[in-house]
Design a protein around this ligand. Sequence first.
Ligand SMILES: [Mg+2]
Length: 133
Amino acid sequence: MIFAIDFDGTVVKHKYPEIGESIGAEPVLRNLVKNGHQIVLNTMRGHKTHEGRDLLQEAIDWFGKNGIELYGVNETPFQHTWTDSTKTFAHIYIDDSALGCPKTEDEEGNHYADWKAIDNLFKKIGIINTVIV
Ligand SMILES: [Mg+2]
């Protein structure tokens, strides 16, 4: 399956334009890929949006540094063969702003995606079969 996954507040804590602290997404995302799924980064970060910094590349690099293969960035590679829509095609979307996204809160009251709950959902509906390494 193809997963479109937001960045800020979803795979890391909200700290835009900086990269936020880890919230435990890395092993879950690595395990998704190991189970044959594909991840498309689905973010509002852009290539030239903050004091000359390439904030999109910084997010892409976060995946590389964490050993998480990306299938696409802000679009699924083949989607333009059948649509001219700018929406990212995916089977499942994970976004801290989405209604129903499991979320948790840190001691400072910041909300972000709850990857333990997301991982449990993956196992419950059979998306992941192996143990997280
Ligand atoms: Mg977000």
